[in-house]
Design a protein around this ligand. Structure first.
Ligand code: ATP
Ligand code: LTN
Length: 332
């Protein structure tokens, strides 16, 4: 069975873009694949979160992922900081990636422009991401469109490492969903819906109640010509609504457009489709929140299973570059 790996930052609650672009597909692929899903708390540190918020967000994200349908009995669900091989292999990745490559990453350019303290970790972020992926002999990485460049860099790093030191890593491929890969902000449809935008009215949170979701869709920015047509360049707001409704109902946005002549019904149908996808998830989430110890047990077990795979790959990589074996450690 092909191995799937993906990661998500505990940088706040999930929004509709995270759901349609990424985690919904994690659930869809887990039955036919050997799936490993990681909550990347070390990556979240690149933007200096408050410690107690990070702790709470990590647990809530685990609960959200289980509520969405990640099955921790079948797939491996774990927290990056529980498996020390991630930080260790990251250093080898930093020494394999070039400064120029990291400097070309658009996510770094975006995020460094929005913070007054630019940590070195924010710059080397993709090296840690490469370590995450390569530790698990990953074949496929399901992500939203914004991660394409990072996965391409991971492939380049893996190939360079294999050329320098001999075959060590599987070279992974990204899987970008056909619909929902880029959900845009409902108030600014030229910007992607994002966790870091705070309480923005254009972001639909997965835990928003029915009233809020309806209001956000009702107020979504469209345009003034009144025509329903899928054309993301010329009509970004309307096209975003069509993409969302299409992704939520598994239809092509252009085909959805044919059913509408006015913006009002399109907005309310998009809101209804989103509400019916989110309601059962919100119910399961409430049950999980009532028993945090159970989620902590799931994560501890996930880390154990992850570490079995990660330590073998990490040992292979350490040996390949010429680090002496850790004879005192039971793992190498
Ligand atoms: P931040 O704003 O903190 O960067 P984010 O909302 O971009 O957060 P991430 O944790 O970086 O979220 O991403 C988790 C997953 O969700 C990734 O696979 C990413 O590609 C996907 N994703 C994020 N935003 C969107 C979006 N607007 N549309 C589709 N997919 C998205
Ligand atoms: N960089 C990703 C999160 C992430 C990831 C990964 C995704 C960290 N490690 C490994 C896929 C595979 C993001 O910002 N969404």
């Amino acid at each position: 069975m092909a191995r799937v790996f993906s990661g998500i930052q505990p940088s706040g609650d999930l929004h509709l873009g995270n759901f349609l672009g990424a985690v919904r597909n994690w659930v869809r692929v887990q039955d036919e694949h050997d799936a490993v899903y990681c909550i990347v708390d070390l990556h979240a540190l690149t933007l200096r979160p408050d410690a107690s918020e990070l702790r709470a967000a990590t647990l809530r994200l685990a609960q959200t992922l289980i509520a969405i349908g990640i099955d921790p009995e079948h797939s491996i669900l774990f927290v990056q900081g529980h498996v020390p091989e991630h930080a260790e292999l990251s250093w080898l990745m930093e020494c394999t990636a070039s400064f120029g490559e990291l400097n070309r990453m658009t996510q770094f350019k975006d995020k460094s422009g929005r913070t007054d303290f630019i940590s070195a970790g924010l710059f080397s972020y993709p090296a840690l991401q490469a370590a995450d992926i390569l530790l698990y002999d990953t074949d496929l990485v399901p992500v939203g469109d914004d991660q394409r460049q990072h996965i391409e860099l991971t492939r380049d790093i893996a190939e360079r490492f294999n050329n320098r030191y001999g075959d060590t890593f599987v070279v992974p491929e990204h899987v970008i969903p056909p619909a929902g890969a880029r959900v845009m902000d409902l108030q600014d449809p030229t910007a992607k819906m994002s966790k870091s935008e705070g309480e923005a009215p254009g972001t639909v949170w997965m835990l928003d109640d029915v009233g809020k979701i309806e209001k956000k869709f009702r107020r979504a920015i469209t345009d003034s010509d009144g025509e329903v047509r899928y054309d993301p360049e010329a009509k970004p707001g309307v096209s975003n609504l069509l993409s969302i409704l299409g992704a939520a109902t598994d239809r092509e946005p252009a085909a959805v457009a044919a059913d509408y002549e006015q913006y009002g019904p399109l907005k309310s149908d998009a809101a209804d489709a989103v509400i019916s996808a989110l309601e059962p998830i919100q119910k399961r989430f409430a049950d999980l929140v009532a028993d945090p110890a159970e989620t902590e047990r799931v994560l501890a077990r996930g880390a154990e299973r992850a570490r079995e795979i990660a330590s073998a790959t990490n040992d292979r990589a350490r040996a390949a570059v010429g680090l002496l074996p850790r004879s005192s450690s039971p793992r190498s």
